[in-house]
Ligand binder design. Structure first.
Ligand code: FAD
Ligand code: UDP
Length: 364
């Protein structure tokens, strides 16, 4: 008998398992993939840490979480500063004075604000009701049309008018010349990759890989007092109310015989006609000097059964459907649901760690 059966060896499951073991609990972790670490899994290719399920930059303003994660890895001083390519134009992200200066030839914050105000004056947006209105009211029509509309519609497969405003508020908007993609106090990439963090968290804990909980759920349930479930909440309930929607990403990876392909870790392609959303050049996350390079093009599509569910689509329809599953989840007294899929939330890593620590404290 185990105290906790933990379904999923991603960040949430690993933090919970670590905390439970520390408090003397017996844990068993099940993972259906053939490796631990969930979506933060990294693989060494040509001496370069490749983020197998998409680029991950750790950032947080929560000192407690920063100190916690630093117990499991040392972080470098990488600062994310993506660039956006629109046709033959190149812009700095996030939206800041470098972007506005390149877009309009303006030099001062007052000039940039004036431009934006003039572009949205006729729209009268008081309370943005969707991503389009939110973006227009923040950065004006030119930036919206060139840097947001095409990218967002490729990424989410839905018109910007049908997406929630909060998605675009993830990005900083500032009227200073500062290309740091995040506003957070702490930022970096773990030296040696993310997998090691999860490896260290799971040290001394029994993990079974290639094991899908649903293949023998009754048998697993019988072996533990409680379950921590970090898979898809709708799958847990056999999709009884229908399927929640997710976006998945196909990564087209190439090893190139050149030292430096694009000069930056992240280059976004914001026009609709380029089929991928961004190209990641992994070595730049670690200031790599290897003779070769590895790049990944990201193609975003709608999730279907059998694919990896990466992004919950937190629009009105899915939020309502999730609230029904949440009610069911609250009735499962033996099960705690957590993580990006269990909570159906667009969580960053720091928020996942925080949620897992809070659950562990409440539970244990
Ligand atoms: P997951 O990592 O998905 O782990 C869940 C695990 O459960 C998986 O390994 C899965 O295989 C397993 N599982 C599911 N069902 C079963 C089952 N039935 N039986 C057994 N095992 C099961 N966050 C940031 O902070 N910064 C970033 O730059 C960033 N970039 C991202 C880029 C992409 C493309 C994506 C998709 C996410 C990004 N994130 C980023 C978010 C980050 O990946 C998540 O916050 C975090 O990894 C979620 O951890 P988790 O444990 O909740 O989920
Ligand atoms: N976004 C955009 N243009 C860009 C980058 C981002 O319009 O060049 C929008 C897009 O809607 C995206 C959202 O901002 O989904 C959040 O971007 P973020 O980089 O946080 O997305 P993630 O890294 O989670 O894919």
């Amino acid at each position: 008998m185990y105290d906790y059966l933990i379904v999923g060896a991603g960040l949430y499951g690993a933090v919970f398992a670590h905390e439970a073991k520390k408090r003397g609990k017996r844990c068993l972790v099940l993972e259906k993939r053939s490796h631990i670490a969930g979506n933060i899994y990294c693989e060494n290719v040509e001496g370069i840490q490749v983020h197998r399920y998409g680029a991950h930059i750790f950032h947080t303003s929560n000192k407690r979480i920063w100190d916690y994660v630093n117990k499991f890895a040392e972080f470098n001083n990488y600062i994310n500063s993506p660039v956006a390519v629109y046709k033959d134009e190149l812009y700095n992200l996030p939206f800041n004075m470098n972007t506005f200066s390149r877009m309009w030839g303006v030099r001062t914050p007052a000039e940039a604000k004036e431009k934006i105000a003039a572009q949205i004056a006729s729209l009268n947006i008081t309370e943005p009701r969707n991503l389009e209105e939110q973006a227009l009211s923040l950065v004006g029509r030119d930036v919206y049309e060139k840097l947001i509309k095409g990218y967002t519609e490729k990424q989410w497969g839905r018109p910007c008018t049908e997406l929630p405003a909060f998605i675009i508020r993830r990005l900083p908007l500032r009227f200073v010349y500062d290309n740091n993609y995040f506003n957070d106090r702490y930022q970096g990439i773990p030296i040696g990759g993310y997998t090691r963090i999860v490896e260290n968290m799971l040290e001394g804990i029994e993990v079974r890989l290639d094991t899908d909980y649903f293949a023998h759920r009754e048998e697993w349930n019988a072996q533990a007092e409680k379950i921590v479930f970090t898979g898809m909440v709708d799958e847990y309930f056999d999709f009884c109310y229908g399927s929640l929607q997710y976006r998945t990403v196909r990564f087209e990876e190439e090893v190139l015989d050149c030292e430096n392909y694009q000069g930056n870790a992240v280059v976004n392609y914001t026009e609709r006609e380029v089929p991928y959303t961004r190209i990641i050049e992994h070595k730049h996350f670690e200031f790599g000097k290897q003779p070769k390079t590895v790049i990944s093009r990201e193609y975003s599509t709608e999730w279907q059964l059998g694919m990896e569910p990466y992004y919950p689509v937190n629009d009105a329809k899915n939020t309502e459907l999730f609230s029904k599953y949440k009610k069911l989840a609250e009735q499962e007294k033996k099960v705690v649901f957590g993580g990006r899929l269990g909570d159906y939330k667009y969580y960053d890593m720091d928020k996942v760690i925080e949620a897992a620590l809070n659950t562990a404290e409440a539970e244990l």
